[in-house]
Every structure is written in C-alpha cells, then in structure tokens.
Design a protein around this ligand. Structure first.
Ligand code: FAD
Length: 484
C-alpha cells in the first residue's frame, strides 16, 4: 500500500495550481491537509488584525473545498517543527509537501521543519507556489540578483512564459485526521466575541477564498481591464483588479493570473497589468535576497536619517485626520475596507515619511495591521521605495504634493467625498485644499475648519522644505524636483 502524505498549506490557500498538493497526490497515497498557525515563528511579522480576519475566512473556504473532495483540513496551532513531524509519524507519512515560503521567518521555519523531519527519517519537499519563478538562481548575466525593477522585469519577460497552471484535483483521498485538531474559533482570529466590529464593512467588499479570487478576476476582465492602463491611477473608480489580498494569501497563483490575462486579452491594459504582477514578483525576489528588508534600510546611508518621531502626528495620519483630503480619504478607506488604492498608498506614505518625517517602519507597521493584503515583501519594498531607501527607490527629493495628486487623480473629488463625508459639499475647486476656500464657501458646505475637519497638520510648502533639509543632512548631492 502506498504511504500517506502530509500536505502543509502555508501562504497558498487554494487547490488549483498547487504544485505541492499535486506532488502529494502523484504517488497515489492518501493525504492529510494541514494548516499550522505558528505565531511564535512569525514573531514581529505575525499576521496583523485585518490579515487575520482574511485568514479565517480563507481557511474556512479552503476547508470546505477540501472536505468536498474527500480530505478534511486539519488545523493546528504551535511550533511547526514540533507539530509536523509528530503528525507525520502518527499517520505513517515519510514525506511532507509544502510551498516554498519567501518570508525570512517562514524560510527559517521550513529549515527547522526539514531538520526535525530529517531527524525522524522523513523529508520536507518544497515546491513553487507563490511566485512565477523561484528567486534563487534568477539573476543577471553576472549571476547577481536584480536590484532594479526594469531590468528584472525585462529578464522575467525574456525568460519566456511561466509554466501553465495545474488543474485543481477533482478528488483528494484523505487520511482520517488524528483527533485533537483546533477549530477556526479556537484559533481566535477574528471576530473576537465582545470586541468592537471594526471589520463590519469587510464582508460586503471581499469574498476571501479561491472562488472569491476567481470571481474577482472575472469581474476585472469584464469591467476594468480594457481601460486599466489609465484607470488604475484613479481612486474614485474601480480601475484596478482588487486581487491583492487573494494574491497575498495564495488563493490564486501568479501563474494562473498570468495565463488568464494572456488568454483573455492583448493590448495596453493587459500589458500594464502584467507589469504590476511583476512588481509583486520583484518584491518577493528582493525579500528573498535581502531578508533584512522589512526592518532595515536597504540603502544604509539612510540609517543616519533624522526622523522626528511624533506620536500625535502618527496618530493623525493613522486616523485620517491630517487635513490633506486625499490622504485622509485613503487612510479612512484603509480603516473601513482593509485596503487602499495604490496611488493613494503612495501619496499617504510620502506624506508620512517626507512632510511629517516619521520613520517608514511606523507607516509600514500600521499598514501591516490594517491591510487585508498586508504582505511582507510588497509592503516593505513599497515603503522603502517611497522613503527613498530601497534598492530601486523613488529619489528622496521626489516629494508627492498631496494637493496636486488629488487634483490630478481625483479631479471631481468623488473619492474624497466618499471617504471624507464632512467635505462632501465642497465644490471640486476646493475639495483638495479646503483651507483655500473662502469662509462663505465653507459655511455653505456646512464646514468649519478646525472643528469639523482639521487644518493641515503641516504647511504644504514647509513640509516639503523640511523633507529636503532632512535629505540634505544625509549629505547626498540632491536635486530639487517635485513629483506632481
Ligand atoms: P492591480 O493594479 O490590479 O495590480 C495587480 C496585482 O499586482 C495586485 O493585486 C498586486 O498583487 C500586484 N501589484 C500591483 N502594484 C504593486 C506594487 N506596487 N507592488 C507590488 N505588487 C503590486 N501590495 C500588497 O499586495 N501588499 C502590501 O502590503 C502592499 N503595501 C504597499 C505599501 C505601500 C506604501 C505602497 C505604495 C504600495 C503597497 N502595495 C502592497 C502595492 C499596491 O498598492 C497594491 O498591490 C495594489 O494597490 C493592490 O490593488 P490591486 O490588486 O487592485 O492592484
């Protein structure tokens, strides 16, 4: 009789295009699907609150799909290197199959699990499940990893089409799970009984799980892909895919997305979209090669940057009360829906690190806790990009002007009106700079600045000057350009 196999789900909570599941089934034996919640291994990178909300729903969807195919999902909590070898021994499984994780803590976890299994005569087999191509071995002609996006993306495209995705198995012969598993309730993810329901608006916005990912992709093809190249920058319309949380939890693989886009359409929308998918891939490769990225400046000269920590400023930013409407709309969208539009993420992050001189790690930590797509690679790479300290970063002197950004990308103010309702009655001419509106206009809109809506926490011009002065303190030969 063929030995049973353990399949360990990690950040790849799906059945289709799952190379580890595929390999586990290939031998013809029964399988035990497992998910381990190992907060101690993740340490500082333990899933944030919004991520935990998503994880709970996603695990529920995965468990349902697995059970329907014959193999119930076992939930366990604790150290993976203790739990996995014990379970493998209990069901007589010599092999454990899993996706190869990219996060530094999860790589260390893989190492410890492999070692513990090896000591017991077993083996951990890792497969590609979260990236298009594995980062190890993918480098420039000289063998060095890419530090800059454009040559990286070119090389990815030149390497040919990614492998076609694997189908979802129709049946999964399951091992009777050993007694004593956890339940989703005992995981204590979210909602926590008795706590305020900050995620009340999430269910109407999101459908976590593999079916939700496919539905989101289909909706994107039907509604937004044609105009994606332009509309992706407009926060007031549904111009982008909204796939990021599905990507982050691996409910859809980048190979599935890639081939679906290739099959669905050609044209500028499709090409631009695939370039964004490559930004995610780039972030994953960077994190693999630079595991210090979530904490440390990749450009070490930024270690001397004169941040001016200020809890009150940080809190105003977190709560969407900076007095800059486009930023406040973004921060409130984040709080309400667990997601923020990419353009606004850039503007909000820029305001925090440049105008307000708060360390990028403080912003990244807030995003980590509040984004349903909180992703160690994309989040830290993007924050370092905005702050100017990444390997492929916007130069520090490029300071986003929150007023011009709002006027350019939310010209009629629809986005601000939706998320900052106290400004809803202001005419478009003032919606991104209410402090310039004449008193009569403000009164007609039912608004008193400083009472109903804050004045800017920092003067726009002074904020920019401060940022440039701080940059000059790094003694870099600076330029003086301003990003519109
Ligand atoms: P689409 O425009 O539809 O793009 C398709 C897919 O490409 C996305 O689902 C995403 O997986 C990927 N993608 C798009 N833009 C980027 C990008 N700039 N970097 C990496 N991948 C990208 N993205 C996350 O997934 N998790 C994060 O924690 C995260 N933190 C960010 C923090 C900051 C400060 C900034 C500026 C950006 C961050 N991003 C993060 C990137 C980007 O904002 C989101 O991926 C995007 O807004 C998701 O929306 P979408 O799925 O509609 O994107």
């Amino acid at each position: 009789m063929t030995a049973p196999v353990l399949i360990w789900f990690r950040h790849d909570l799906r059945l289709a295009d799952h190379a580890a599941l595929h390999a586990a089934l290939a031998g013809g034996g029964k399988v035990l699907p497992l998910f381990v919640l190992d907060d101690a291994a993740a340490g500082e990178a333990r899933y944030g609150a919004a991520g935990r909300w998503w994880l709970r729903q996603s695990l529920a969807a995965l468990a349902e799909s697995l059970a329907a195919r014959g193999a119930p999902l076992l939930l366990a909590r604790g150290r993976a290197e203790t739990i996995i070898p014990a379970l493998a021994a209990a069901i007589g499984a010599p092999e454990v199959h899993a996706g190869r994780a990219i996060e530094p803590w999860a790589r260390e976890q893989s190492r410890r699990v492999a070692e513990a299994l090896g000591d017991a005569g077993g083996a951990l087999r890792l497969h590609t499940t979260v990236v298009l191509r594995e980062p190890h071995g993918f480098g420039s002609g000289s063998g060095k990893p890419y530090a800059v996006y454009t040559p990286f993306a070119k090389a990815m495209l030149a390497a040919g089409e990614p492998e076609p995705p694997l189908p979802a198995p129709e049946r999964i012969p399951g091992v009777e799970p050993p007694a004593g598993g956890e339940t989703l309730d005992s995981f204590g993810l979210y909602p926590v009984p008795g706590e305020p329901d900050w995620a009340a608006a999430f269910p109407a916005q999101w459908q976590p799980g593999e079916a939700g990912a496919q539905a989101r992709l289909a909706r994107f093809f039907a509604t937004s892909m044609g105009a994606y190249a332009e509309a992706r920058n407009l926060p007031g319309v549904e111009g982008s895919s909204g796939l990021s949380p599905h990507h982050r939890w691996g409910e859809i693989s980048p190979r599935q997305v890639w081939h679906a886009v290739r099959g669905a359409a050609q044209g500028p929308g499709a090409e631009t979209f695939l370039k964004e998918v490559l930004w995610r891939e780039f972030a994953y490769h960077l994190l693999w090669h630079r595991p210090e990225m979530p904490e440390r400046n990749l450009r070490r000269e930024f270690d001397a940057f004169p941040w001016q920590r200020d809890e009150a400023l940080l809190r105003a930013w977190q709560r969407g009360r900076t007095g800059y409407p486009i930023v406040d709309a973004g921060m409130r969208q984040l709080w309400q829906l667990g997601w923020m539009h990419n353009r606004v993420r850039m503007v909000a992050a820029s305001l925090l690190v440049k105008h307000l001189l708060q360390p990028w790690q403080a912003g990244a930590a807030w995003f980590w806790d509040t984004l349903v797509d909180a992703d160690l690679a994309s989040n830290s790479a993007s924050w370092q990009w905005v702050a100017g300290c990444g390997t492929d970063a916007a130069p520090y002197f490029r300071v986003f002007n929150p007023v011009l950004q709002g006027e350019k990308f939310d010209a009629d103010g629809a986005y601000v009106r939706r998320f900052v309702p106290e400004l809803a009655k202001l005419p478009a001419a003032f919606i991104h700079k209410p402090w310039e509106a004449p008193e009569a206009r403000l009164a007609a809109a039912g608004l008193r600045l400083g009472r109903d809506y804050p004045r800017p926490v920092v003067d726009p011009a002074a904020g920019r000057a401060c940022a440039l002065a701080a940059f000059a303190a790094l003694k870099q030969p600076g330029a003086t350009g301003e990003a519109a």
